[in-house]
Design a protein around this ligand. Structure first.
Ligand SMILES: C[S@@+](CC[C@H](N)C(=O)[O-])C[C@H]1O[C@@H](n2cnc3c(N)ncnc32)[C@H](O)[C@@H]1O
Ligand SMILES: [Zn+2]
Length: 273
């Protein structure tokens, strides 16, 4: 039996060599890289939801340069501190699996093997994730209708992905851990200053969430020197600004060769009440 539920009838899917199948015979092919697409029509056909190929490639190329490696290290340490290794870990909105893989291999270096499952609504991202982290199981699926049984996992990780409290509460076991990474006020400040006439600091909301107990808040902030335009373009494409920016901001970015940029993250750790 796998961790996944059939999106059509909600029965558990069994994993075979090339397919996942439920007891009612609903069958989902595995991609060559091993992931399964559990999005049902019409969502599946709605012009490829989630991050597109351009965004996914930009993020992969930027993250592979190691600019966010201190965040990955901090997240990995936090996961190892709080996650119950006898229960699955779910990485929601896992993107191309950069953090999924970092968490898995960091834990393994400490002699803990986690059973990790990742979902993302973007098939381009999931394709890359399943190649990057062979040990984890991946599906194309939405955070808003997750293909998992109630209380199936011990930990949920959400790094810059959409938030859906009801689904997170449903799939986490009692006392389960929810780890979320959000941008702090100063995140990417110099990039915003370079692009906009009137840049705004990020608004950081109250950390308290009903039905969760806040256990830990870790601030990870440091400066990076992005020393070429290609990396700056990739960073820009990873951010929401890319799709909201006026044309002159995009032009300003083209003229930059390097930029020292403040990174500012919060890692929030909660326990389900
Ligand atoms: C900013 S990216 C973060 C990816 C990854 N966690 C990381 O930090 O590298 C947000 C991700 O959420 C995914 N996403 C957006 N809406 C989603 C949904 N409804 N269900 C699942 N994933 C979603 C996007 O496709 C994208 O890969
Ligand atoms: Zn079924």
């Amino acid at each position: 039996m796998s961790h996944f539920l059939c999106p059509a009838c909600k029965n558990t899917l069994s994993e075979n060599e090339h397919t996942y199948v439920c007891k009612n015979g609903h069958t989902y092919d595995k991609a060559k890289s091993g992931y399964v697409n559990l999005l049902l029509n019409p969502l599946k056909n709605s012009n490829s939801p989630g991050d597109n190929k351009l965004m996914v490639n930009a993020r992969r190329d930027f993250l592979d340069k190691g600019y966010y490696s201190k965040l990955a290290d901090a997240v990995s340490e936090i996961v190892c501190k709080y996650a119950d290794s006898s229960l699955p870990i779910l990485d929601v909105g896992c993107g191309e699996g950069y953090y999924t893989e970092k968490v898995y291999s960091y834990a393994l270096s400490k002699s803990t093997e986690y059973d990790i499952v990742g979902i993302d609504i973007s098939k381009f991202a999931v394709e890359k994730a399943s190649k990057r982290c062979k040990a984890a199981k991946f599906a194309v699926a939405s955070i808003f209708h997750m293909p998992f049984a109630d209380s199936f996992c011990g930990t949920i990780i959400n790094i810059f992905a959409p938030y859906h409290k009801e689904e997170f509460i449903r799939t986490l076991k009692k006392d389960g851990i929810f780890i979320m990474v959000i941008p702090g006020e100063e995140h990417l400040w110099e990039l915003k200053k370079a692009l906009y006439d009137t840049p705004y600091k990020n608004e950081v909301k109250d950390y308290e969430i009903a039905d969760f107990e806040l256990l830990d808040v870790q601030k990870v902030d440091y400066k990076i020197n992005v020393d070429n335009n290609a990396d700056l373009q990739n960073l820009f494409k990873m951010t929401p600004y890319c799709y909201k920016s006026p044309v002159n901001a995009t032009e300003r970015l083209l003229s930059l060769d390097s930029l020292e940029i403040q990174l500012d993250f919060r890692i929030l750790v909660y326990r389900k009440k």
